[in-house]
Design a binder for this molecule. Structure first.
Ligand SMILES: [Mg+2]
Length: 385
């Protein structure tokens, strides 16, 4: 324990003094839909943890729905347990919350809340020792590859092709779009769209497809084999995320690599995917799975099975992990999030030639635009803050 031996204590000891939570929502007006749902709102749930020495750590999770509940859980039930604690105790704090809250959630919003807190603690840890997070994790790379992600099933074919060509024009060589048009009822049309994109972008660009949970295994295998000739780099969530036997069956039915994991929580969820041979490219999300603490364990499980690690979304947080961890493949940049991200952070990195560069700053290296965050905090807009 820090403090038992003063020789090993940091020069300045920090205690957590204050926790703030902001909800910044962003309406999606374009009628974006994937195979299984329409996206109406996106947004960041932002946690700021301040110490008695005046340092602040930033963590985020995000919400299409349920941000208010995540905020209430953090403020009412978790923040009181953090006051007075040493922010370096990330592992101990994670374990305490795991047991404190296990009866009300072992997946879902509870882990969104814990993820945001854990990310803020790791940001603080980097600031306390004055190192960027990737250095603290033992990495030596200062940039990471990133792919562009969009291509909604609600687009007509021309909109889809235009967006994909736009990604390539911006320097991305890995691009992802949705399949499962017409609610997943028309894989023949999906194959037609894949053909059009392949013809438009040429043979060198890597194509990734995302079916967003829409099929059963038999249909998904048929759909994958229909597009096999277009050289697909990754096929994502072809069946319902909890249909782990179905994912394993998909893998046996096609040689296109299977990406999944964005809907999985904790090391135990990762264990189940890996043990069932139901994943080739692990796409867990640090803002859901349990923060940096749990992402390190997820990556380690994948390493032991020679499985690639490619975190879902939240590229500004995952940048340090993908730069530092040896089985990392790339980051995902959702075009849908670009506008709100550019407003929320003053200095969020922008991809250049398919790479994101780590800010040369301690911790995550991100600076919030607090004018924007305060002006757009849902609580303030509702008159309750
Ligand atoms: Mg996805």
């Amino acid at each position: 324990m820090v403090g038992n031996n003063p020789g090993y204590a940091p020069k300045v000891q920090h205690k957590i003094k204050k926790i703030d939570v902001h909800l910044v929502s962003h309406p999606i007006t374009g009628g974006f839909a994937d195979a299984t749902r329409k996206v109406e709102t996106i947004g960041y749930t932002i946690v700021r943890i301040t110490t008695d020495q005046g340092l602040e750590g930033i963590g985020v999770t995000y919400h299409e729905v349920g941000g208010e509940a995540t905020r209430a859980l953090i403020l009412n039930n978790m923040a009181p347990k953090l006051i007075g604690r040493d922010p370096l105790e990330t592992e101990a704090i994670w374990q305490e919350f795991f047991h404190y809250l296990r009866g009300v959630g072992r997946k879902g919003l509870m882990y969104c809340a814990l993820s945001a807190i854990d990310i803020a603690l790791w940001d603080l840890k980097g600031k306390i020792v004055n190192l960027p997070l990737y250095r603290l994790l033992g990495g030596n790379q200062t940039k990471a590859p990133v792919y562009a992600s969009g291509g909604w099933t609600s687009y007509d074919d021309d909109q889809l092709v235009d967006e994909m060509k736009g990604m390539v024009a911006r320097g991305f060589s890995f691009i992802k779009f949705k399949v499962g048009v017409e609610g997943g009822t028309n894989p023949r049309r999906d194959a037609e769209r894949v053909r059009k994109v392949r013809e438009a972008v040429g043979p060198e660009i890597k194509l990734l497809l995302d079916a967003n949970n829409c099929w059963d295994a038999a249909t998904a295998i048929q759909a994958a084999n229909r597009v096999r000739e277009y050289d697909i780099f990754l096929f994502e969530e072809p069946v319902f995320a909890d249909d782990i036997p179905g994912l394993a069956r998909f893998k046996r039915g096609t040689d296109i690599p299977l990406g999944t994991g964005e809907h999985e929580y904790t090391k135990f969820g990762v264990r189940d995917l890996v043990a069932a041979e139901a994943v080739d490219i692990l796409q867990v999300d640090g803002a859901r799975v349990g923060g940096i603490t749990e992402m390190l364990k997820a990556s380690a499980i994948a390493q032991a099975f020679n499985i690639k690690f490619a975190p879902h979304a939240m590229e500004n947080i995952h940048l340090h992990l993908v730069a530092a961890l040896p089985n990392s493949l790339f980051l995902e940049r959702l075009l849908m999030f670009e506008e709100v991200t550019a407003h929320v952070f003053k200095n969020a990195p922008v991809p250049v030639d398919g790479y994101m560069h780590i800010p040369d700053l301690p911790g995550l290296g991100l600076e919030l635009d607090m004018d924007f965050v305060n002006d757009n905090d849902d609580a303030r807009k509702l008159g309750s803050a």
